[in-house]
Design a protein around this ligand. Structure first.
Ligand code: NAD
Ligand code: WQD
Length: 337
């Protein structure tokens, strides 16, 4: 495989993946509608990589626009499908928008792939498909049971892809990401939420004085310090898993489902303490009520990805929080500054 289509290619995880793909010799065609990103991310990727990408501003639900891309870029051989809406809370408020964007977008993409004979795809799935897991760590055979509309869209997107892959003989890697955090070590690309949905960007904005305090969602969970435990993974480690997945499907046809996590858990208080160490001052926080839909602990069993892809997470907690802080400090207004 040489040339790839990257849907949602201006987003947080895609930007980091683009860098790793370019470094590995892939050519990239990026499609994004900027509903949650900016062209600045694409420009910075090009600068960092010292290479150009081909960029189309388009919505993947627009079949004509997507077909134009496949016609012009006739030698696309593989796809990484990142494009989706991803905020759990918002998905509860606006389920129809989530189904429309994530499901319709995927259907159009898969139809156009079929029409243009593109058979290789790596798909961004999520630990959210496991809902409240019965057993920790969670392996890929665990019961699927999403608990919110965003999670349901991921379950459906996986299922549609698996069915299409079977009918069309596609080669697929479904990567179930756990909790991606951190940023590129240059400090020039990173996560840029106006209002953070996730813990680490929230801590980061409190550390920077943009927000007053972190509210810890419960300290009465059955965990060592009572706060929620998650499997945080450095976004650069996640990015390299995509390159390994692309190389893997070249030699291993069929459908593969892999967890991408570290297997190591950290609590909310661990994350706050680690951040205090790198930013050099206290981070104000208070204990609040549990958040609806939260669970005590989610940890990956990443051994299948390690075995099949020859991939392993290289970065630890200090790297995750220090890179997040570097990005925050160098870009107080994100890509808008
Ligand atoms: P992101 O919002 O930064 O990236 C998604 C990109 O897709 C954005 O650039 C957005 O503008 C684009 N997009 C959305 N709908 C589109 C459409 N219809 N047409 C064209 N472009 C569209 O999010 P991210 O954190 O980089 O997530 C990337 C993928 O990984 C998503 O599929 C998400 O569900 C999945 N994921 C994310 C996390 C996480 O915590 N960040 C965890 C697990 C899985
Ligand atoms: C982490 C921990 C919170 C914010 C979500 C999605 C999941 C996936 C990754 C896309 C939990 C606690 C958080 C805060 C807090 N995304 N917390 N105060 O919920 O594990 O996973 O992102 O696929 O689908 O559900 O991540 O970062 O929101 O929370 O105490 O202000 O931090 O309770 O224990 P989560 P998170």
């Amino acid at each position: 495989m040489k040339k790839l289509l990257i849907t949602g290619g201006a987003g947080y995880i895609a930007s980091h993946t683009n860098i790793e793909c370019l470094a590995s010799g892939f050519e990239l065609v990026i499609v994004d509608n900027f509903c949650n990103s900016s062209i600045e991310a694409v420009k910075r990727v090009e600068k960092l990589a010292g290479k150009k990408v081909t960029f189309y501003e388009a919505d993947i639900r627009d079949q004509d626009a997507l077909e134009e891309v496949f016609k012009k870029e006739s030698d696309i051989e593989g796809v990484i499908h990142f494009a989706a809406l991803k905020a759990v809370g918002e998905s509860v408020q606006k389920p129809l928008e989530y189904y429309e964007n994530n499901i319709s977008g995927s259907l159009v993409l898969y139809k156009v792939m079929r029409k243009y004979g593109v058979k290789n795809i790596v798909f961004s799935s999520s630990a959210t498909v496991y809902g409240d897991p019965e057993k920790i760590p969670v392996d890929e055979t665990a019961r699927i049971g999403a608990t919110n509309p965003y999670g349901h869209t991921k379950v459906m997107m996986e299922q549609i892809l698996m069915d299409a892959a079977k009918a069309e003989n596609w080669n697929v890697v479904i990567l179930r990401y756990f909790n991606p955090v951190g940023a590129h070590d240059s400090g020039t690309i990173g996560e840029d939420p106006e209002y953070p949905n996730n813990l680490l960007p929230f801590i980061s904005q409190v550390a920077a004085g943009i927000r007053e305090k972190v509210v810890v969602f419960g300290n009465d969970w059955p965990t060592p310090d009572g706060t929620g435990v998650r499997d945080y993974i450095h976004v650069v480690d996640l990015a390299t898993a995509h390159v390994k997945a692309l190389q893997y499907i070249d030699k291993n046809p069929g459908v593969h489902v892999l967890n991408v996590g570290t297997g190591q858990g950290y609590s909310v208080l661990d994350m706050i303490k680690a951040f205090e160490k790198v930013c050099g001052h206290k981070i104000p926080y208070e204990i609040g009520p549990r958040r609806d839909g939260d669970v005590a602990e989610v940890l990956a069993d990443p051994s299948l990805a390690v075995k099949e892809l020859g991939w392993k997470a290289m970065y630890g907690l200090d790297d995750m929080v220090s890179s997040a802080w570097k990005w925050q400090s160098m870009n107080p207004k994100g890509y808008r500054g």
